[in-house]
Design a binder for this molecule. Structure first.
Ligand code: FUB
Length: 349
């Protein structure tokens, strides 16, 4: 005989309800799959060198360090470089290209890198904390895009904060864009010199400005003191800290499309990749919209390249691990509207 009391009936009803709700909400599907699954990778900076795509990502590891707002759990120690013949092609892991123990001035936390090529040499730019625990930007060189890279003895003079990206303009000039707030320490440089106790700005104050510096001919130093990049809203007003779904947080990237400059970046605590457009590499740039909606995991980071007439967005999420500090890189096609604005990408269907 099937016998059930009131309490059991209540519990059963709850289980049935749960099953119905789960069934009614199909699991969201990612629009693309991880490019690499043997190791964790993040912050993919992609470039086309010698007709191939090279990806310069962070190499995430389980450090055992507790998660905090300074990103201490991102305690990476080396870089691997990847290449592919096409965005859908086989991905080759070229192994360790640079190890933190071979960077003479480095302390800890090898974060998001980028690369550039000039006159027969490849340059790998990277942020890492120095031995005083201050983020600086370093450079390493190689004759091959995949490395191995040899680090310079000192960080780039006048560099600070994180997430360097080096853009080659059509006139052959190179510019570095960089910066990141919170754990990226940009707020500590607001007065022009380092202040470890600097407080974050309040919502009505101007947002922190990302930085730009033209590179010297040798690509190893800045040709000028870093300048502010100003991002304006649609009314021509500088974004405020309170506009945290639009203001710069970290992860700068620059690309040029039909003569316009596109400065794209992460909004950090609102997890978007946004972009702003301008008429020259220094800006000002006017906010235009969202490139990529939030991905699973706290951080959102990207790069944009053209390959054989199509445009691609490289990004990451945490599909393989489900953990914020163990990410995996991905790629998807990026499209423009006829007026040059970018069609927002949803990373899940
Ligand atoms: O990977 C470490 C940091 O997380 C990067 O430098 C940021 O852009 C964020 O993705």
């Amino acid at each position: 005989m099937f016998c059930i009391n009131q309490k059991k009936l209540g519990l059963l009803s709850l289980l049935w309800l749960g099953a119905i709700v789960t069934y009614a909400q199909p699991k969201k599907q990612p629009i693309s799959q991880p490019l690499v699954s043997k190791i964790y990778t993040a912050d993919p900076s992609a470039h086309v060198f010698n007709g191939k795509i090279y990806i310069y990502p962070s190499h995430d590891i389980e450090s055992g360090i507790k998660q905090d707002d300074n990103g201490s759990h991102f305690d990476m120690k080396d870089y691997h470089i990847f290449s592919m013949d096409s965005p859908n092609g086989k991905v080759t892991d070229h192994g360790v290209a640079l190890d933190i123990k071979n960077i003479p001035w480095a302390g800890r936390q090898l974060w998001a890198p980028d690369a550039a090529y000039k006159n027969g040499t490849y340059y790998l730019y990277f942020p890492v904390k120095d031995k005083q625990d201050i983020f600086r930007i370093g450079v390493a060189t190689s004759k091959k895009p995949e490395g191995p890279f040899k680090a310079e003895k000192n960080p780039i003079e006048g560099s600070f904060s994180i997430d360097p990206t080096v853009f080659k303009d059509t006139d052959g000039s190179y510019y570095m864009y960089f910066g990141g707030i919170w754990g990226g320490q940009l707020q500590r440089w607001a007065t022009g010199s380092y202040n470890a106790d600097a407080k974050l700005r309040t919502p009505n104050e101007e947002a922190y400005h990302p930085k730009i510096a033209k590179m010297s001919n040798d690509m190893l130093s800045f040709a000028e003191t870093p300048k502010d990049i100003i991002i304006l809203d649609e009314n021509g007003k500088t974004l405020l800290e309170g506009n945290n779904d639009k203001r710069f947080f970290e992860a700068a990237w620059m690309h040029k499309y039909k003569g316009k400059y596109y400065f794209s970046y992460s909004t950090g605590d609102t997890h978007l990749i946004c972009y702003a457009m301008g008429d020259n590499p220094y800006g000002p740039f006017t906010y235009k919209g969202v490139v990529l909606n939030p991905v699973d995991g706290w951080t959102n980071h990207h790069s944009i390249i053209e390959f054989k007439g199509k445009w691609y967005l490289f990004y990451h999420d945490v599909q393989l691990s489900g953990q914020t500090h163990l990410r995996n890189i991905k790629v998807t096609e990026l499209k423009y509207n006829p007026d040059g604005t970018i069609i927002t990408i949803n990373p899940y269907k």
